[in-house]
Design a protein around this ligand. Sequence first.
Ligand code: SF4
Length: 277
Amino acid sequence: MARRLDFVDHRRELERNRYVYPVVSRRARGLSIGVNLNPDKICNFDCPYCQVDRTTPGGPPRIEVGALASELEALLERAAGDLWAAPPFDSIAPELRRVADIAFAGDGEPTTPPEFPKIARAARELRDRLAPGVPLRLLTNATLFHKQRVRAGLAEFDDLWCKLDAGSEAYFQVVDGTRLPFRRILDNLLLVARERPIVIQAMLLTLDGTGPDDAEVAAWVERMREILAAGGRIDHVQVYTVARRPSDPRCGPLAYERLAEIAASARAAGLRASVYV
Ligand code: SF4
């Protein structure tokens, strides 16, 4: 029997590809074409819930822009043609046989490589030519938005999905595993949210059996309220939790009821917020 891809099977197909990979996405409700700009598996965060397998070494950090563009072009062309007739894609449920998005989301922070703006532009051109109407998305931790080089790349994307997992510096350091200043992330989110609406993604989970307490949730809502009050725009907030077992055994999923409560807190602050499980 052919392998069946479903909402929880995120194995990467097209094994020969170095940068571009298709994933059936429960959130995007279709095929999400992933672009990995971090083949070296290096990230400036070290989130305990991270799904990247860092037990095996990554590849070289330098990205061959031409090779990446060729992989994306080939997959977009196949998605408009015979992709769905070939295994394992022929086992995808008919309603999901659509390219839902092209998402820069890889094994680290996608805005880090110096090639980021050039690749973003190439992806935009390919999308316009081969998949008009399919959103080009960036999943980012916003750490580098203050850099001019990165801002030039951001302009190519339709959607910016920005990580905000915490409301306090102390919890930020724990849940995102970084000593980068929390203030910088918040300033960066505001900088860009003043120019265009952003989407906030919050990974909420248990660490050693305990989720964020009420004070932390209130602080998280307050950080977003501050962005709005300072003239930033937040299109919506996505609240989600760990769907698969992360390598760090301290991490566990937060109960749906608690996620719903947290999303309701964001809505009470005037934000559109949904739980994604
Ligand atoms: S920002 Fe993303 S890639 Fe980096 S450690 Fe966190 S979850 Fe992993």
